[in-house]
Ligand binder design. Structure first.
Ligand code: UD1
Length: 420
């Protein structure tokens, strides 16, 4: 087990080149299940979530390896339709294998997926959508079994624009004959990327990003080389860090229209944000005005995955503001840890009232991925020493986080926790 030791108070200066988005790579790896050929994904990092999805592919009989930053996936010989509980329990995105397995083998079996404990996270929308495509389901307390021998195209109206359900259903329909329409589909850039990947491999999907996705089934997909989009959440985390600590931070590889809900907020807080083709720069003296209200919404609204980092920023700004979390009902656990660092936050249901305060170092625990990143940012801003444990959560979505922060001038070390 490792911990971070952070000596706060340093300004951040420099450039971070963000790599492939975790939330784009995970469904694309799952999508490879239905491709009887080799796929190379460029620019990937060894995030724990990616490694866990690779283990699932191997468990099903496929091959999956890193060659530097290329992820090579070969599912020619994939033959199993069920994955062990241990593997699905480690990763919420394991649910993505349902659609591709049904497309390829017409059956699938998984136990209930795990992942960050940020809310109930049901998968009813995935399962209802599959039923619309003719999939027969049987569930018990431990597992879900899907019979897709009669899988067909269909019309699906999602009760909520779930990112994962939209992606799963796109994949389930990719090889089903006829036209499938998904209404009230999520519009996140990662869904457009999944569409682009499928089309690059011979599929016929359009409309992603508009709220209505149309899938015209094809008989097979072929292999190829693909570069998934870069990670807007990782980019946003570094931009928030630059704004709250002060200095000048540039993130490269990212489209500014994916992050305008954040950059607009950073400007309101008093930071200077400049956007060029493929890069965003934030400049700040670190003395920010608090944001009056941040409310998470599906894309293009403010992303729930940046709620914890922006809450950390607000807790060290001047004034009083509100954060409303509309997506996940248990996504304020970082506030308890931020309070140990001097933050003044009162949580009531889905709303947090934040009064700006001077943060100081403390010993804190990362309890989920983005909440963990928020604690790192708070530690970089705070006066004195902060120690953070629970790094396994942060490793799920940030690779070599400490090296990237060090390259910006932050004082952070990753050390082994000694057992006595
Ligand atoms: C994805 C992202 C995650 C992000 C989230 C919201 C990946 C791998 N993860 O997660 O980082 O925080 O989108 O942008 O892409 N819901 C249901 N029933 C379902 C599915 C979802 O009620 O069947 C609810 C969830 O409990 C939640 C809301 O819908 O309240 C949004 O969830 P969803 O968009 O599905 O998020 P994920 O795909 O799990």
């Amino acid at each position: 087990m490792d911990k971070y030791i952070i000596n706060g108070g340093k300004k951040l200066h420099g450039v971070v080149d963000v790599m492939a988005a975790k939330n784009a790579v995970l469904p694309i790896i799952a999508c490879c299940i239905m491709i009887k050929d080799v796929v190379v994904l460029k620019g990937c990092e060894r995030l724990t979530d990616v490694e866990n999805m690779m283990r699932i592919i191997r468990n099903l009989g496929g091959r999956c390896d890193f060659d530097s930053n290329d992820l090579i996936i070969d599912c020619k010989k994939l033959s199993r339709h069920s994955v062990s509980h241990e593997l699905t329990g480690a990763l919420r995105s394991s649910v993505f294998i349902l659609g591709p397995l049904l497309s390829r083998l017409h059956r699938a079996e998984i136990s209930y997926p795990g992942g960050c404990d940020i809310g109930l996270r049901p998968i009813d929308l995935h399962l209802e959508g599959l039923k619309n495509l003719g999939v027969k389901l049987s569930e018990d307390e431990e597992k879900i079994s899907c019979d897709g021998r009669n899988i067909h195209s269909g019309i699906i109206s999602l009760a909520f624009p779930s990112v994962g359900a939209t992606e799963n259903l796109i994949m389930a329909a990719t090889l089903a004959s006829g036209r499938t329409v998904i209404r009230n589909a999520a519009a996140e850039p990662e869904i457009i990327d999944l569409q682009n990947f499928i089309n690059a491999m011979g599929g016929n999907v359009h409309g992603a990003g508009s709220g209505v996705v149309i899938i015209d089934g094809v008989s097979s997909l072929h292999g190829g080389v693909y570069s998934p989009i870069r990670d807007r959440i990782s980019a946003g985390t570094f931009l928030i860090g630059g704004a709250m600590c002060g200095g000048k931070v540039t993130v490269k590889g990212i489209r500014s229209d994916w992050l305008f809900s954040l950059t607009e907020k950073l400007r309101l807080a008093g930071a200077v944000v400049t956007e060029k083709l493929g890069e965003i720069t934030v400049e700040s003296d670190g003395a920010l005005r608090i944001l009056r209200k941040v409310e998470t919404q599906p894309f293009p609204g403010f992303p729930t995955d940046l709620q914890a980092p922006i809450t950390a920023m607000m807790s060290a700004s001047k004034g009083r503001g509100y954060v409303i979390e509309n997506l996940f009902e248990n996504r304020f656990r970082h506030t308890r840890e931020l309070k140990k660092m001097g933050a003044d936050i009162i949580v009531c249901g889905r709303a947090a009232t934040v009064r700006g305060a001077k943060l100081h170092g403390a010993n804190v625990i990362a309890q989920d991925l983005r909440g963990g990143a928020a604690l790192v940012l708070a530690g970089l801003k705070a006066e004195g020493k902060t120690e953070i444990i629970g790094l396994e959560h942060i490793d799920r979505g940030y690779y070599n986080f400490e090296e990237k922060i060090t390259s910006l001038g932050g004082d952070i070390k990753r050390v082994k926790i000694s057992c006595v």
